[in-house]
Design a binder for this molecule. Sequence first.
Ligand code: NAD
Length: 329
Amino acid sequence: MRILVTGGAGFIGSNFVRMLLADTEDTGTGAGTGTGAVTEVVVLDKLTYAGDRANLPAGDPRLTFVHGDIADRPLLRKLLPGCGAVVHFAAESHVDRSLGGPEAFVATNVAGTAALFDACLEAGTERVVHISTDEVYGSVPEGASTESDPLLPNSPYAASKAAADLLARAYHRSYGLPVLVTRCTNNYGPRQYPEKLVPLFVTRLLSGRDVPLYGDGRNIRQWVHVDDHCRAVRLVLERGVPGEIYNVGGGTGLTNRELTDRLLELCGADGGRVRYVADRAAHDLRYAVDDSKITEQLGYRPRVDFSDGLAEVVEWYRAHPHRWEGPSG
Ligand code: NAD
């Protein structure tokens, strides 16, 4: 089986490719998969500021890297035949950048996704997993979002992801595209470009600088280790039902201030390094997903303990300064 992974040089995509190629991670549900053994992974990535080839294992003969855009239809027509499955991570992914300029988010997350879906239809791709986010549900003051809840995105990023989710639904209904959607909560882990909270704060703290905390720091996020998210994506790829949506959660819920305090401690810094800054526009107070569907139907169980996982992430950035000293500086 050859799998095309879009955005495979980014944070989550590269961890997913590593998991596929290492093939040490069984999905924990026993025998049989819908996809067969992975013999080859083709990564299609535009290498925006967020993508880095160094995230991928160099020299693995089963890995082919293609530098290109998911909106490039002629390129997709060449790449897709022969791929049994597509896992679609490629996206513009940073909320703050979307507030500054939504165009790239519409071009990649919406038009690019439509181009990819069209090419999958043309090539007869057997399974397409579209990676979405809990941000499509908007802020959830209490309780947890289920897959059938309305989409109420508040940032251009979340709106572009919600639009792509609706395209996935429509392509399944209208054309029978065998597409499955995952909506995960915030991820943390190694190999993330240092602009989002965890890698930004860790790299700033490790280099002796202060950290900018939005508003009053009370925004709540659920944190899932990237390996758990990747295991969930693999489960959906192998066992999910086309046309269905699967929330992925089971992480640790923390306010941004609580998370910051954990990072200060792990980096050996004190509270004086926190600088409160004006809040982000339309900053969602809380996200939380109900993941009982993937848990009950596909046997998803997060495995990484939050304290251990966060400590390992700090250690990864400490051990790889050459990977971040440029971008975060
Ligand atoms: P990322 O920004 O680290 O990586 C995105 C990758 O996509 C980069 O390698 C980039 O070069 C590539 N890319 C961007 N535009 C492209 C284009 N037009 N054509 C080809 N490649 C392109 O993002 P991430 O954090 O790894 O997120 C991956 C996916 O997971 C996204 O769809 C995101 O919405 C979703 N997601 C992220 C999180 C999170 O916490 N990071 C949580 C839930 C869902």
